[in-house]
Ligand binder design. Structure first.
Ligand code: AMP
Length: 539
């Protein structure tokens, strides 16, 4: 027997109009590319989104069209999110930090008809346009005065100007595609993940919950994670759903700019990858400055190091909440929220527990499996392939029917993890980054974390490279804070942190480490570069 409730589809435009009805005066604060701060309340923001919707329809945008953005976290980018999905088209966020050939591949593969471009990326886009025959219009996300010269460029504010702020959003099925994001593609070509209205809204509901990110009308939330990376982890939707104040940092992601914005706007929740927090903490340390409003820092994308969890707590009274997920999961999978039990623990014990990536959020089911396909016990010790399923996990990659995504109802995340009896999951490594030495596994993440506890180590990266005797052995690369690192001292220190046979055969100090376009250490590049390091050392 079927239930007898209204079968109404919830759409992203419903979210926008709800936010206006319930929180019209709530603000969206945005840093423009010239550094100035602009504020719109939700009433004005919705009017501008409706004007953009009308302007896009005037450009003959039709349902299902892909419209790409190459843009920072700003109010205009947010308006594009709502206007494009609202009319049944697809907002395709492109990561401008990718190599030009990857961006071109992505735009060609998605067949975007329109590009919305921040002024920072105009030169790069102009160079690509001759190879993008499907692109009909390019719109600069700028004021009229800053519009780039050249006939091809339309001006965003010019398009909005004169449009009516009233608009009746079209209705359609909630499984309709709303947004498209390509994975960063460290191996092979990037692959597209196509989110629906339904998956986006369910994900936003899950993200708002107190036992997930925890957002309400009293929150002032700053997504430092870019809106071109998995829709800024869903915050642009979750914040409007919760009636939270949204603070968008624009292009200025350096420590000084972020700390100024956090303090001035009294942000209490901020989200981002470890690399940006490293920059912020270094700046604050150098200035001898403490943050006064930040209460929660949500860290994901890569493992949050112990030293970072400790410093945020001890110096800034901010709780680091580890979150885990991936592009294919919209991205939220698990969060390590501050429970009363956790907060009652002595500090150092608590920090250790905060290293866990937390428990599954409601709606997302995760399980660990042995390579033979058997599920593994939840004892905190056994580790294996982490697989997930849920209404915001992809079923297929976009236009890549030949790439299998789901098997036996599970999506294999490519991560190796353990889960304990309370459901806390811990990422041991990416499957391809685990180091196999003499038949035993070594976690590169645990070794990196251990090294970051040694004074003066700013960044650490461990890779497994071929070894004539042990199959693979770890090699550690470190960046020093300021003065050179005492390598012998670090080795001594590591002996007390990890099993003896885990100790890297070599520790090298380097001046920089390569990162991927989403801020992760690019271990593939390093593995290639150092491939023969141990072979060459061995006679
Ligand atoms: P992406 O699709 O670019 O967001 O990358 C997803 C991958 O990032 C995951 O499969 C993990 O390997 C890694 N990742 C995400 N969050 C965390 C976390 N909190 N700790 C460790 N690794 C993470």
């Amino acid at each position: 027997m079927r239930g007898l409730m209204m079968p109404n589809d919830l759409l992203i435009s419903d979210l926008l109009e709800h936010a206006v009805r319930s929180h019209a005066q709530q603000q969206i604060v945005s840093r423009r590319l010239d550094g100035r701060i602009v504020r719109h309340n939700l009433h004005a923001f919705a009017e501008r989104s409706r004007q953009l919707a009308r302007a896009l329809l005037d450009l003959d945008v039709r349902a299902g069209d892909r419209i790409a953005t190459l843009a920072w976290n700003t109010h205009r980018h947010l308006e594009a999110y709502y206007a494009i999905s609202g009319i049944g088209a697809i907002v395709h966020t492109v990561n401008p930090r990718l190599f030009a050939h990857q961006i071109e591949y992505i735009l060609q593969h998605a067949e975007d008809r329109i590009l919305l471009v921040d002024n920072s990326f105009i030169t790069a886009v102009e160079a690509m346009l001759p190879r993008l025959p499907k692109v009909e219009h390019v719109i600069a996300l700028s004021d009229w005065e800053d519009k780039p010269k050249g006939e091809r460029w339309l001006c965003y504010e010019g398009l909005l100007n004169g449009q009516s702020p009233h608009f009746t959003w079209p209705r359609f099925d909630a499984q309709t595609a709303a947004a498209l994001c390509y994975t960063s593609g460290t191996t092979g070509q990037p692959k597209g993940v196509l989110y629906s209205h339904s998956s986006t809204l369910l994900h936003a509901m899950a993200a708002c919950r107190a036992d997930a990110i925890g957002l309400g009308p009293e929150s002032v939330v700053m997504p430092v994670v870019p809106m071109f990376h998995v829709c800024a982890w869903g915050v642009p939707y979750a914040a409007l759903m919760a009636g939270a104040r949204l603070v968008l940092p624009g292009a200025a992601l350096d420590g000084a700019s972020l700390s100024e914005l956090i303090e001035n706007e009294r942000c209490d929740i901020a989200l981002g990858v470890p690399t940006v927090w490293m920059g912020l903490l270094t700046h604050l340390r150098q200035q001898g400055q403490r943050l006064s409003s930040l209460r929660r820092v949500v860290i994901g994308g890569s493992a949050a190091p112990l030293a970072m969890i400790r410093e945020f707590d001890q110096v800034h009274s901010a709780f680091v909440m580890h979150a885990w997920g991936m592009t294919e999961m919209s991205p939220l999978g698990s969060t390590n929220t501050p429970t009363p039990e956790l907060l009652a623990l002595p500090a150092e014990e608590r920090y250790q527990r905060q290293l866990s990536q937390g428990r599954a959020v409601f709606g997302l089911h995760m399980e660990i499996f042995h390579a033979d396909g058997q599920p593994l016990p939840h004892d905190g010790l056994a580790y294996g392939h982490l697989k997930v399923r849920g209404p915001w996990v992809l079923a297929h990659y976009y236009r890549q029917a030949d790439v299998p995504a789901v098997q036996d109802g599970w999506f294999d995340t490519g991560d190796i993890a353990s889960i304990d009896a309370q459901g806390y999951m811990r990422i041991v490594d990416r499957a391809k980054d685990l180091i196999k030495s003499g038949g035993e596994w070594i976690s590169s993440i645990d070794l990196e974390n251990a090294a970051l506890g040694f004074p003066g180590v700013r960044e650490a990266c461990v890779i497994g490279i071929a070894h004539p005797r042990w199959e693979e052995r770890p090699l550690m690369l470190i960046i020093a804070e300021s003065t050179p690192i005492d390598i012998a001292g670090l080795r001594q220190y590591l002996q007390n942190q990890v099993a003896r046979w885990w100790l890297p055969d070599a520790i090298l100090e380097v001046s920089e480490l390569p990162h991927t376009a989403t801020g992760k250490l690019s271990k593939l590049t390093l593995r290639e570069h150092y491939a023969d390091y141990y072979r060459d050392l061995t006679p």
